[in-house]
Design a protein around this ligand. Structure first.
Ligand code: HEM
Length: 431
């Protein structure tokens, strides 16, 4: 059954939740608006509001507007899984995502459909070694992480971590000679800010220089870098290799940095979690990739931080063919929304929703409603790589010394807040 929201409910949903989320930035976060909304918004995950809507309109699928576009919000676990299991062949990229991402990565796999998606997905999986817990270049990648973490002058505030993850990303993807190529990352940041704008005014002037730089690295790739792997991996006319790379860049930089810092903050705020991580690290040889690839408890900490504060707050799709949702036929062109921030904190379905419980991940994803990395055929292609790098950073940091979380504080005795602003992170290193 599909229930339709009243005009009033639709208005509150959009003004109260969709607009604040969009103001914080769809493709890259805006620190000013993130600061404003995380301070003043009582329920940024819309948990109470959507919970009320569900009680008023049972059935698991709600018809509403996302901005000006008519959409279906799917809440029921079977329907959520059905949409993701059939992405992107039935449920593909929606227009706003395609238009926004085309500003900096036209032809990227995440905005591809049909045969083009299959071709680009195969290429992404091959270069990222998607089915391996440790990447073929795990030795080099771990050495890069360890060097960058131990040589950083200070790792206590967001800018320090932003710089750390930018350097790691540039070295992993393009090699040692890109380590200090801040112009490359500045260009990407500008392009992603343009992508955030509701109105896109043609191709920004930064587009050509950005891709010229990527091409330079691809034409003469450094051995041991992902750019070198790109040259060795079979590609077709359709693959558009250079357009696949910006996704790896922002995901290994801002997205992974944000999630790793939040996981570190949650570990430091929960003495039992810190003790669990430290006992897992004790006596382990953290310079060995096979050791980092394991560490199940630390991995659970990263997964829990991503669940609590998902950096992809919603997964949006557009049906490319008619299908049945909630027992009702929906036409091609219909937009479908999976609201991660709500699903992950829905206490009615998931009793431990507001607690930090890394041990729940030891046997895999604790609920089908938890989709911070998506799931199904279009699941994040960098899952193993991001977990490896995130664990390597935290293991190296905690292996080196002790940290105290100063701000924003987290109280393990209370339900964890719906937003955690990493731009305000303050840590103190103790000898
Ligand atoms: C903590 C860091 C990361 C998070 C939270 C994350 C999350 C996600 C999510 C939610 C999606 C699905 C988006 C959608 O369908 O709308 C996705 C897709 C993807 N991710 Fe990640 N990701 C992360 C890091 C990475 C890294 C490091 C890489 C590569 C180096 C990567 C590569 C990709 C690719 C290529 C896709 C598109 C897959 C497809 O459409 O078939 N991700 N990621």
């Amino acid at each position: 059954m599909i229930s339709t929201l009243s005009l009033w409910e639709d208005l509150i949903f959009n003004l109260g939740y969709v607009v604040p989320m969009a103001m914080q930035g769809t493709f890259t976060r805006n620190p000013r608006w993130v600061g404003f909304w995380s301070r003043w918004h009582p329920d940024p995950a819309a948990v109470r509001f959507v919970g009320r809507l569900r009680r008023r309109h049972p059935g698991g699928v709600l018809a509403l507007h996302l901005g000006l576009t008519k959409s279906l919000l799917v809440l029921d676990p079977d329907t959520v899984q059905h949409v993701l299991d059939n992405s992107p062949m039935v449920y593909a990229d929606p227009k706003p995502k395609r238009d926004g991402m085309a500003v900096f990565q036209q032809n990227a796999v995440t905005i591809s459909r049909g045969e083009a998606w299959r071709d680009r997905r195969r290429f992404n999986e091959a270069v990222l070694d998607a089915d391996q817990p440790a990447h073929a270049y795990a030795d080099q990648i771990l050495a890069i992480v360890r060097e960058e973490v131990t040589s950083a002058i200070r790792l206590e505030r967001w800018d320090d971590f932003d710089g750390l993850f930018a350097r790691i990303m540039r070295r992993v993807i393009f090699g040692q000679r890109a380590r200090d190529d801040t112009e490359l990352t500045d260009l990407l940041r500008i392009l992603m800010r343009r992508a955030n704008r509701p109105v896109k005014l043609g191709k920004p002037k930064e587009f050509a220089p950005f891709y010229a730089r990527i091409r330079q690295y691809l034409d003469n790739p450094e051995p041991g870098s992902l750019a070198a792997l790109c040259r060795q991996t079979p590609a077709t006319e359709q693959t558009k290799v250079e357009n696949q790379i910006p996704h790896w860049m922002f995901a290994m930089w801002e997205t992974l940095g944000t999630n790793t810092v939040r996981a570190l903050a949650a570990i430091l705020a929960h003495p039992s979690a810190e003790a669990g991580v430290r006992s897992e690290l004790a006596g382990a040889d953290l310079a060995k990739p096979e050791v980092i690839a394991e560490l199940p408890y630390l991995e659970g900490c990263l997964q829990e931080a991503m669940r609590l504060w998902p950096t992809t707050p919603m997964l949006v799709r557009e049906a490319v063919a008619a299908d049945t949702l909630g027992g009702v036929t929906v036409p091609a062109g219909c937009q479908v929304v999976i609201w991660n921030t709500f699903n992950h904190r829905d206490r009615a379905v998931y009793p431990l929703a507001d607690a930090f419980s890394p041990e729940l991940w030891v046997d895999g994803r604790p609920s089908r409603l938890v989709n911070h990395l998506s799931s199904g055929p279009q699941v994040c292609a960098g899952v193993n790589l991001l977990l490896f790098i995130g664990k390597a950073v935290i293991a190296t940091l905690l292996g080196e010394g002790r940290y105290v979380l100063l701000e924003p504080s987290l109280d393990p005795a209370r339900p964890l807040p719906y937003a955690y602003n990493v731009f305000e992170i303050r840590l103190r290193r103790r000898a």
